[in-house]
Write a protein that binds this ligand. Structure first.
Ligand SMILES: NC(=O)c1ccc[n+]([C@@H]2O[C@H](COP(=O)([O-])OP(=O)(O)OC[C@H]3O[C@@H](n4cnc5c(N)ncnc54)[C@H](OP(=O)(O)O)[C@@H]3O)[C@@H](O)[C@H]2O)c1
Length: 282
């Protein structure tokens, strides 16, 4: 049976099926802002349904619609068991289009901005989102990760993560401070996932539903879905969760119907052969 929870950083128990907040603000990189009222309703329903891991970032914004602000308006005062994870690194234009990467000396103010917009005294998990659009650009992250490690020492951050990294960058970060989570695009990352599993690190694939850019294997999924009376998306999410007990899913949606569908994937029981990895192709 699939284990439904994971102890993030060894001490924060979260449900492995979480929520990605990026789609609350827009459905595509150049799409219009979405309705904030719907975003707030989606967040409240997610928590009602048992989601207690929300992945966000200060740079998830489109026009006046900002994910962190929606989260604060929807969910604060926060439940004790809610884990909000943020990312710093990319620098956005006011409209949320990524325009570069923060220098080490800019990271503290980005973390402080997240604390303000979310209305928190500390952040449970902050990833250093390293360079590269959809795959790691490589290069040293030591100087930037050390800044986050210092903020952790100062109590502004509870656990640290790295995102869009290769094995060498993960090892470099681990030399500086404990890493609680890796958030990468899953496509070719099987080796790093195994390493995370061994080290008790959460592995969080972004674009868990293909991000709207990589199609799911509809034919294969639909056959299993028909047997189970489920949808192809649900079978895909259940298969993803079956890959490893260290894998956390953060499907993103700005739709109440899709949210209900995605969270219900948690209750699907796949047969052995059906749980083969179903990674969206690039
Ligand atoms: N670290 C990084 O570099 C990085 C990069 C990208 C994303 N992320 C994180 O990963 C999270 C997930 O990624 P993502 O949101 O980009 O992509 P995703 O979860 O793979 O896919 C989201 C897309 O699928 C649609 N969708 C969701 N549920 C659906 C369903 N049941 N049926 C049909 N379509 C459905 C959404 O549209 P609707 O909104 O209309 O449902 C949206 O277009 C983000 O929210 C963000 O927190 C991190």
């Amino acid at each position: 049976m699939t284990i439904k929870t994971f102890a993030l950083g060894g001490d924060l128990t979260i449900n492995r099926l979480g929520f990605g907040a990026m789609r609350l603000v827009a459905d595509s990189v150049d799409g219009p802002p979405r309705d904030p009222g719907t975003g707030i309703a989606v967040l409240r329903r997610a928590v009602e349904l048992g989601v207690n891991h929300i992945d966000t970032a200060g740079f998830y914004r489109r026009g006046a619609v900002q994910a962190n602000e929606l989260i604060r308006r929807a969910l604060s005062p926060y439940r004790d068991d809610l884990v909000i994870a943020s990312k710093v690194g990319p620098l956005p234009t006011p409209d949320g289009v990524l325009s570069g990467h923060a220098r080490p000396d800019q990271l503290r103010s980005l973390v402080e901005a997240d604390l303000r917009s979310l209305g928190l005294d500390w952040l449970d998990l902050v990833y250093l989102r390293a360079d590269g659009m959809t795959e790691p650009a490589g290069g040293s992250i030591a100087e930037r990760f050390a800044v986050l490690a210092e903020l952790r020492e100062q109590g502004l951050i509870r656990h640290l993560g790295v995102s869009n990294v290769n094995a060498a960058q993960l090892a470099e970060a681990q030399e500086i401070a404990p890493v609680a989570a890796v958030q990468n695009r899953y496509a070719d990352d099987v080796g790093l996932l195994a390493e995370c599993e061994d080290a008790g690190i959460a592995y969080v694939p972004y674009f868990p539903l293909g991000g709207g850019v990589s199609p799911l294997d509809a034919e294969r999924l639909s056959a299993i879905a028909a047997r189970l009376g489920a949808t192809a998306v649900q079978v895909h999410l259940a298969s993803l969760l079956a890959i490893s007990p260290s894998l956390l899913a953060i499907p993103g949606t700005g739709s109440l119907d899709h949210l209900e569908e995605n969270v219900a994937a948690n209750d699907l029981s796949l047969d052995d052969g059906e749980a083969d990895p179903v990674t969206p192709s690039r």
